[in-house]
Design a protein around this ligand. Structure first.
Ligand code: NAD
Ligand code: UDP
Length: 319
């Protein structure tokens, strides 16, 4: 390993990726972000002054550029908002297949540890709640969400195949709904939508009757989980998959009520049709990462939202 560990973060200009870049830089890493700025933003990286950071405009559907010796690859590139699943379907499917192949090839070439970002979407509309890593999921392979869900499932399968064939150190994180500062107000996911609507005084748009559930994780908790997995000894983490998320499960109606309580607004709610294949429930079982790697989230939904609201107020003022 070079004197300072060098990490590639794909999707480094995105919401999660930019927080991961910050975490690695603050721990002394040299970091290279590969991002095509499709849903990522230069403003997510503009605060970085470190000479150890390089941002490259690169689409991971193409083989990675030569960036010198590499010790870690964090593969986080991929649009993640259901709003994009139809409009960017082919791009998303290839980012999580070709893009993962390129990340794994780079990892193999450099003998670098790889961490692949998967998602709770691999569980589809789950028939088990909470979801454990051993649950195989219930995905509609021809539905609206399939380009994302199935390519993430393929991404995991490819990682397992590379790991077995080439004896590489590859870890996978299944990320459950995460929110926080730097989410794009126009992202389309529920917390950016509700916060933007509440701050603007518009009604919150609940899809369906609001009885569907999610479990929302604050971004600093997620980053802590990711770093716990990437830093763990190979003996416990290589070849493994871990759920990371918050176990506090609430309905979307309850989420709207909490946001209306926290934001000083005259907004109400309106009900719109539920998108196809929208999961009815979702909650992570985190007993694997908590017992094997001693990680648990610590930020409650109200606290996380209180930390996120000023960021949205600032972003919306600038719009
Ligand atoms: P995001 O849209 O903010 O970030 C994704 C980043 O990837 C963006 O910067 C985008 O420009 C980049 N990107 C997309 N396609 C690319 C390509 N072909 N080449 C190069 N760069 C590309 O979304 P996010 O929420 O930060 O998600 C990051 C990762 O975490 C994704 O892999 C996503 O599937 C995963 N994830 C996130 C959540 C969540 O709740 N935030 C939940 C589950 C999984
Ligand atoms: N949702 C909603 N209103 C919105 C956006 C989303 O009611 O303006 C719902 C959506 O139908 C889903 C839940 O909120 O049931 C979470 O949606 P999101 O897009 O954040 O992520 P998902 O968990 O579905 O991938």
């Amino acid at each position: 390993m070079s004197q300072r560990p060098h990490a590639i973060v794909t999707g480094g200009a995105g919401f999660v990726g930019s927080h991961l870049v910050d975490s690695l830089l603050s721990d002394g890493f040299k970091v290279t972000s590969l991002d095509n700025f499709g849903s990522g933003r230069t403003k997510n990286l503009k605060h970085i002054e470190s000479e150890r950071f390089t941002s490259i405009n690169h689409d991971v559907r193409e083989p990675f550029p030569d960036v010198g010796d590499v010790d870690y690859i964090f593969h986080f590139a991929s649009r993640a908002s259901p709003k994009d699943f139809a409009s960017h379907a082919v791009e998303i499917a290839l980012t999580n297949s070709q893009g993962t192949k390129h990340a794994l090839e780079c990892s193999r070439e450099h003998d670098a540890r790889a961490l692949i970002a998967s998602t709770s979407e691999v569980y589809g509309n789950p028939e088990e709640n909470p979801q454990t890593e051993t649950y195989n999921g219930n995905v509609n392979i021809r539905g609206l969400r399939a380009p994302y869900d199935e390519s993430k499932r393929f991404s995991e399968a490819l990682a397992v195949a590379y790991e077995k064939k080439h004896e590489m150190d590859i870890r996978t994180v299944r990320i459950f709904n995460t929110y926080g500062p730097r989410m794009d107000p126009n992202d389309g996911r529920v917390i950016p939508n509700f916060l933007s609507q509440a701050i603007r005084g518009d009604d919150l748009t609940i899809y369906g009757d609001g009885s569907q559930t999610r479990s929302f994780c604050y971004v600093s908790d997620l980053i802590g989980g990711i770093r716990t997995i990437s830093d763990a000894p190979a003996a416990v983490a290589s070849g493994e998959v871990f759920n990371v998320g918050n176990t506090q499960e609430i309905t979307i109606q309850e989420l709207a009520d909490v946001i209306l309580d926290l934001v000083d607004t005259g907004s109400g709610v309106t009900y719109q049709s539920l998108p196809q294949d929208d999961p009815e429930v979702r909650r992570p079982d985190i007993s694997k990462i908590s017992s094997e790697l001693d990680w648990e989230p610590s930020i409650s939904l109200r606290t996380g939202l209180e930390r996120t609201i000023p960021h949205f107020e600032e972003r919306l003022e600038g719009d």
